[in-house]
Design a protein around this ligand. Structure first.
Ligand SMILES: Cc1cc2nc3c(=O)[nH]c(=O)nc-3n(C[C@H](O)[C@H](O)[C@H](O)COP(=O)(O)OP(=O)(O)OC[C@H]3O[C@@H](n4cnc5c(N)ncnc54)[C@H](O)[C@@H]3O)c2cc1C
Length: 475
């Protein structure tokens, strides 16, 4: 489902013969080209890191034929942890622009399930409390895109498939960044294995606990625990004997937290279950499962989480939830961390993107913010390619800061609702939820039309700065 709408922005060569392409591209005088970054170093191969590498390849290749983008990832191989992620219509649109949906769809039933709506239920009574719809009244997605829930590892595989066919992007695994430094002309990365890398520009896409942020750009902005954790697991659908009350995804709300239950593959053979619950910070270390840990300790942690989930949701008024929670046994705890708004995002040759800059409590939209960052930053850098990097950094921050701060505040307010509540507070939450969902509908649906590839960039000359439409030529 490659969206041809993005053809709207013509490449500089549009209508011209590809053989003579380089004669037509918008080239600056040699003196000015000195500032165009050629060696770009990305730290972290998550959604933001891979997306920005792909987006920069599209935007800069026509101007920098010898462009090299290296992505450094601390893991030796792709991480299998993290369960399933929900992609909003915005996230899907942006992944499509980058060629990732095409690869995802090739992965067969594992490529995820379409999500028409997240249906909301009272876990206590089973009553429907409304729905967050990813389709309009006619059942069509926004701009052609619905939601999708997919295992994180599968999404990462699709991202890497696109990297494989992008000639100037390379991912290096087993490279944990410990610190970085910049000189007048270059930036240097220092890895745990004693090696280093040097480049013109560094993009810190290393997630909420970012070393690029804490050891370099903004040491005064540590991550902080939100007080809420996900406790999640998977279960085979065939093991759930009670009738399932949702089409693809449900959020089952109680005064002891909310339980997300969602299919995550096209054939609906697997259900991803995630409880979003209040969890005290001092308890986190007791529930941490680490490689090489004594098996008895691991088993004790899993038993304790199992019991905790049964206490919270095992007597739900929804038979399928009771069934799932009482059968599931392989729960894992994922604490949710955030980075408070207001911290510094860049220095002279380094900038933070995605969760490294603005991790917020997830509300199914954070991946979309990481993708927005990647596409907007790449477009802005291409536009200011002959100017010193801080000019592009500032233009990006000016465009992005307000949106991200506002999203953080909304996320914070939403997360407060997952804290444990007293009896009356719990009932009040149930009564008011349908109205709140209805009231927020218009704003939500407006947000799902957002397209980072089409947003008008401030300043002159925007109309020709984006080169996505020429993507096929550069892959
Ligand atoms: C429990 C949970 C559930 C969520 N569910 C959703 C959801 O359903 N929908 C949604 O849109 N968002 C969701 N989010 C948020 C979403 O996962 C993040 O916003 C998104 O992954 C951010 O992408 P990123 O690339 O910035 O960071 P990450 O995905 O964290 O990627 C960072 C990468 O950097 C690597 N790295 C870290 N440190 C170093 C280092 N020192 N050196 C080298 N590499 C390093 C990491 O290994 C990782 O590969 C959820 C978050 C949590 C915690």
């Amino acid at each position: 489902m490659m969206d041809l709408g993005y053809e709207a922005t013509p490449p500089p060569s549009a209508g011209k013969d590809w053989v003579n392409f380089w004669n037509f591209v918008d080239r600056a005088p040699p003196l000015e080209t000195e500032s165009v970054p050629r060696d770009i170093l990305v730290v972290g191969a998550g959604i933001a890191g891979i997306a920005v590498a792909l987006a920069l390849s599209k935007e800069l290749t026509p101007f920098v034929p010898d462009l090299r983008i290296n992505v450094y990832e601390r893991h030796d191989i792709l991480s299998t942890s993290g369960g399933a992620i929900n992609l909003t219509p915005v996230a899907q649109r942006h992944l499509d622009r980058l060629g990732v949906l095409e690869e995802l769809d090739k992965l067969g039933p594992e490529s995820g399930t379409d999500v028409d709506a997240i249906e909301l239920f009272s876990s206590r009574s089973g009553r429907s409390l409304g729905a967050i719809n990813f389709t309009d009244e006619k059942g069509n997605g926004f701009g052609g895109y619905k939601g999708r829930r997919v295992m994180r590892i599968i999404l990462s595989l699709a991202l890497l498939k696109v990297v494989e066919r992008t000639k100037n992007v390379n991912v290096v695994f087993g490279k944990k960044l410990v610190r970085g430094k910049e000189t007048k002309d270059k930036a240097m990365l220092y890895f745990q294995d004693g090696t280093t890398a040097t480049g013109d520009l560094v993009l810190g896409c290393d997630g909420v606990h970012s070393n690029v942020r804490t050891q370099w750009v903004s040491p005064e902005s540590p991550s902080e625990y939100t007080g809420i954790s996900f406790v999640q697991t998977m279960i085979d659908s065939k093991d759930v004997k009670a009738p399932v009350h949702f089409r693809s995804t449900s959020m089952n709300i109680s005064r002891h937290g909310s339980l997300l239950a969602s299919y995550c593959d096209r054939d609906h053979t697997q259900i991803f279950i995630a409880a979003i619950v209040q969890f005290r910070e001092e308890l986190l270390s007791h529930y941490k499962i680490e490689p090489g840990q004594d098996w008895r300790r691991t088993a004790a942690i899993k038993d304790a989480l199992c019991q905790e989930m049964r206490d919270r949701f095992g007597r739900s008024g929804l038979p399928a939830i009771r069934d799932m929670v009482n059968k599931a046994d392989d729960w894992m705890l994922y604490p949710v961390w955030q980075v408070r708004p207001g911290g510094r995002w860049y220095r002279n040759r380094v900038i933070l993107l995605g969760d490294a800059a603005h991790a917020m409590p997830p509300r199914d939209e954070s991946a979309a913010y990481a993708l927005d960052d990647a596409i907007l930053f790449s477009r802005i850098l291409a536009k200011h390619r002959y100017e010193p990097l801080p000019v592009a950094f500032k233009a990006y921050e000016d465009l992005r800061r307000g949106t991200v701060n506002a999203a953080f505040q909304v996320s914070r307010r939403m997360w407060e609702k997952n804290r444990d509540l007293g009896f009356l507070e719990g009932r009040f939450k149930e009564w008011t939820m349908p109205m709140q969902v209805r009231n927020a509908r218009e704003a939500r649906e407006q947000a799902w039309g957002f397209d980072a590839t089409k947003v008008q960039l401030p300043g002159p000359g925007d109309s020709s700065s984006s080169l996505y439409s020429s993507e096929k030529e550069f892959l």
